[in-house]
Design a protein around this ligand. Structure first.
Ligand SMILES: CCC(=O)SCCNC(=O)CCNC(=O)[C@H](O)C(C)(C)COP(=O)(O)OP(=O)(O)OC[C@H]1O[C@@H](n2cnc3c(N)ncnc32)[C@H](O)[C@@H]1OP(=O)(O)O
Length: 636
């Protein structure tokens, strides 16, 4: 058999007989009621997996392992260099604490189907909160700590939670981020009123509690009775996770229970090659989908040990932090974003710090969240001497669209490619008319034939029509990924760019349109544009162009300072919006379209052509001059 044959046979089967294929994989999960139909296509293009089946995701993540010999195995290892704390929880301990927390949540009137917002830093209680909601059949929505109050308020209004679970603060290197004032402000801003908040107090910045609304976490848990697992439908939502839209209104991606559990169990074994009982580390944040799937649910459903890391790749305390964690906890694999490795490479280019640690148990490094740039992958390959697997997926997809399935059959790594489609993914490259591009290697829109595999994307919360318009309407019968790329003669996929206004900043997806909305709301600003410019460390960073209203004659730096602060206040530090310049006008086509693509090429020093439809070519000279002054190159 040739290399890749095992994968190809499996992938082919997943497409030709998806129901039989996924029914087989579903044996890894404990169900309280079997399905009536593996794939329910009766409401296509809204497909449902394991229709009629029932299960509880928390039971699959905790209780069943306690009952079947893993009670004393560590389930979660918390490693926090920012607080100098480490703590390990066995499966029994985690199950017991989650059951009590579920009791505290239930006592606030939360029942099956109710929404609960979780706004927490990277502490074990954040994972417990997710699992406790799952235990009750409640639907959680985790909001990343780097978002501002306004973003939290939008999410509160969209999913109308009965309860918010939070902590008093998060800890960033060199500063304590007080979460509670941000939550209080968000509750003020939101139209939906939150009856109850449970607040985990951290000594670094204890929060004041609002009488009649806020409860102390430890007191609420101490007073609660443990709760058992409530069976839910496989098709019921487990969580809602918001991702950037093209406007300030984020999109609430819904994830189901049954298909997700099946897909995660499969991926832990066959994509990540991790065995139950082994130690796995996903260095992301529970606020991102990667954190949902591979810090919380995936490793626990699989009976592995998950590491929860409250720290950074560099500066906590140095660029050897990742090697220290892998070595100390004997992790067999790490999943992180390329930006983390770029940060380590910058600080310790020769990898001197690695020599202090024993990484003999370490087998594979997985990268995702942004395109794995070949120089970083080559550097990691040379340094670590293990396979470096770039893989591609999205908040919407819940798990990998493409990867190298090292647990099934490792395939050769091709630099710049995220390897081959995961089971159930029938990926095509489409031209502008939506027709598959026959020529291999030609770039087009990456789209997947419906139905998507289990664990992916049933719809947007309370927004079926928006789901259809945003993802299904452009290419009927396909899911539009929003990414463009190509597939080569071996079936390897390369993702090159976005087709919309989304940029990727340090593995965080941001909408330039959303940042423009904030800039445009400043009193001095008549018009604006935001582009993503290439950044050695973060991949891309947002860069703003402001056209001021006539008559504004304040110092320019003041306006720029204020818009930068405005983005931080409205979207959050995660937007990493630090630079804007003031220009006399924006370059536009005669029909008024801002030439963002050309501006980006100029900023990145890429070759560009004068667009034939440009209104006034001099506008691009002005942009080039402004960019050069700001330290960005401009080749012509
Ligand atoms: C595959 C599907 C997906 O794509 S899911 C998304 C996957 N993406 C990821 O996992 C993200 C990967 N990136 C990272 O983990 C971080 O960017 C790493 C590499 C660790 C670097 O972190 P850091 O140095 O903080 O830079 P950054 O650009 O992330 O942060 C920008 C500013 O935001 C702040 N921030 C960050 N996290 C928080 C937080 N939880 N609470 C409050 N603030 C936060 C940072 O401090 C930073 O602020 P400042 O601008 O320095 O003042």
């Amino acid at each position: 058999m040739a290399v890749g044959d095992t994968y190809r046979a499996l992938h082919q089967r997943s497409l030709s007989d998806p129901e039989a294929f996924w029914a087989e994989q579903a044996k890894a999960i404990d169900w309280t009621r079997p399905w009536d139909k593996v794939l329910d296509a009766s409401k296509a293009p809204f497909y449902r997996w394991f229709a009629g089946a029932e299960l509880n995701t928390c039971y699959n993540a905790l209780d069943r392992h306690v009952q079947r010999g893993r009670a004393e195995q560590p389930a979660l290892i918390y490693d926090s260099p920012v607080t100098n704390r480490k703590k390990s929880f066995t499966y029994r301990e985690l199950r017991d604490q989650v059951a009590k927390l579920a009791g505290a949540i239930a006592e606030q009137g939360v029942t099956k189907g109710d929404r609960v917002i979780i706004y927490m830093p990277m502490i074990p209680e954040a994972v417990m909160a997710m699992l406790a909601c799952a235990r009750l059949g409640a639907v959680h929505s985790v909001v990343f700590g780097g978002f501002a109050a306004n973003e939290l308020a939008t999410r509160i209004d969209d999913c109308a939670p009965k309860l918010v679970l939070t902590a008093s603060c998060g800890i960033e290197p060199g500063r304590v981020v007080k979460y509670k004032p941000l939550l209080d402000q968000a509750i003020e801003l939101a139209t939906h009123k939150i009856p109850r908040c449970i607040v985990f107090q951290r000594w670094q910045a204890p929060a004041s509690l609002v009488k009649g609304r806020d409860l102390d976490w430890n007191e609420a848990v101490a007073a609660a009775q443990p709760r058992g697992c409530m069976p839910v439908k496989a098709t019921d939502p487990l969580y809602i996770l918001y991702t950037s839209g093209t406007t300030g209104q984020p999109k609430g991606v819904v994830r189901d229970n049954g298909g997700y559990a099946v897909a995660l169990a499969w991926s832990m074994q066959y994509l990540y090659g991790v065995n139950p009982g082994e130690i796995w580390w996903c260095a992301s944040d529970v606020g991102w989908v990667v954190g949902h799937s591979y810090i919380a649910y995936g490793p626990l459903i699989h009976g592995a040990t998950t590491i929860l890391y409250e720290g950074k790749p560099v500066g906590t305390p140095d660029a050897g932090a990742f090697w220290r964690v892998i070595s100390e906890h004997k992790a067999v694999a790490l999943f992180t974003a390329p930006t983390a490795f770029r940060a380590i490479k910058k600080e310790d280019p020769d990898g001197k710090l690695l020599k202090q640690y024993d990484l003999s148990k370490f087998r594979t490094l997985f990268l995702a969240g942004e395109r794995g740039d070949p120089p970083t992958i080559e550097w990691a390959q040379k340094l670590l001497g293990v396979p470096i697997v770039d893989h591609w997926w999205q908040t919407e997809t819940g798990w990998a669209i493409c990867g190298n399935f090292v647990g099934l059959e490792p395939m050769p790594v091709k630099l710049g490619s995220c390897s081959v489609p995961a089971p159930g993914w029938n990926l095509q490259v489409l031209d502008e008319q939506g027709k598959p591009i026959a020529k291999q290697g030609e770039v087009g829109a990456l789209a997947a034939k419906l139905p998507l595999p289990p664990g992916t994307f049933p719809t947007l919360w309370n927004a079926d029509e928006r789901f259809r318009q945003a993802y299904l309407a452009d290419y009927p019968g396909y899911y539009k990924t929003g990414d463009a790329g190509f597939i080569d003669q071996d079936g390897y996929v390369s993702v090159m760019t976005r087709v919309d206004d989304v940029i990727n900043v340090a593995g965080h997806r941001l909408s330039t349109g959303q940042i423009e909305e904030v800039l445009g709301s400043h009193n001095d600003v008549a018009e604006c544009a935001v582009i993503g410019v290439a950044d050695e460390l973060k991949g891309q960073v947002p860069f703003g162009f402001l056209v001021l209203k006539a008559g504004v004659d304040r110092p320019r730096e003041e306006t720029v300072r204020e818009v930068v602060q405005l983005v931080r206040d409205r979207i959050g530090p995660v937007a990493f919006f630090k630079t804007a310049i003031i220009v006399p006008r924006l370059p536009k086509t005669r029909s008024g379209k801002i030439l963002r693509g050309t501006m980006q090429k100029i900023a990145d020093g890429e070759p560009w052509k004068m667009p034939a439809t440009i209104e006034d070519p001099a506008a691009l000279d002005e942009i080039t001059g402004g960019l050069k002054t700001a330290g960005y190159a401009g080749k012509g």
